[in-house]
Write a protein that binds this ligand. Sequence first.
Ligand SMILES: [Fe+2]
Length: 275
Amino acid sequence: MSTARANNLSAAQRDRLSRFNVDSCVDVHCHCLSGLDDGPADMSEALGLCRALVDDGVTCAIATPHQLGRYETEISGERIVKAVDELNEMLQREDVPLQVACGAEIRVDMRVPELLECGELLSLGQTGRFVLIELPHETFVNPLPLLLRLKDSGIVPVIAHPERCEYLAKQQPVVASWLNAGAVLQLTAGSLTGLCGTRASQQAWGWLQAGWVALIASDAHGTSDRRPVMTAAIEQLTARMGHGAARVLCIENPRHIWAGEPLAGRLQAHRGGRR
Ligand SMILES: [Fe+2]
């Protein structure tokens, strides 16, 4: 981020950075690119969402448009890179203090390793280290064979918002097998606050208390129903599990993903407890 924009931080950004004594607050999952998927329809809406992220304390966001599944033919890696460049140019022109990097939310599919290798699919932040995997919402598909293949390639699979998959409530041993295979769980901030419904909230807090969660992200799509609520999620996480847990799940691990570094670990988040 340019010095000029860094000097223009929002009150929420300043508060977040000083509260956790860091120089960035990363959102690893958001749909901020215009006209690609079910995120903003045009650049004006994209800018609105980026301003909402800034007002929610986020300084760096990984754009994660959907790849594969229903968006199979529409969104190539090349198209995402171009859209991110255009958005960063616009943010600079409009003096919005947000830096955007490339990524994708990839529907579970056994072709993922090969398509990552050839650049058709994008890893988070394009570091080649973490891949955000989306499960179908409506039906159970066990991604374990894919998770094991990714692990063999040295890639950490990040499972996007499993708490919103109702069928997983009765599949706890299966979810545990994903963690044992090296995958990590990313919850949506709105699931902690109740924005995603009571059932998702109960599942989210259950896994948080069990120490199964590595990351929280906004999964924001716009400024209304699916708006970013990281500030509220951090407040609730701090109140229920302590500052240390909020730091690992909302600050440290997202920053590790941005940098392509090993995560602090989900169990450490649990042990952090109240302090
Ligand atoms: Fe998403």
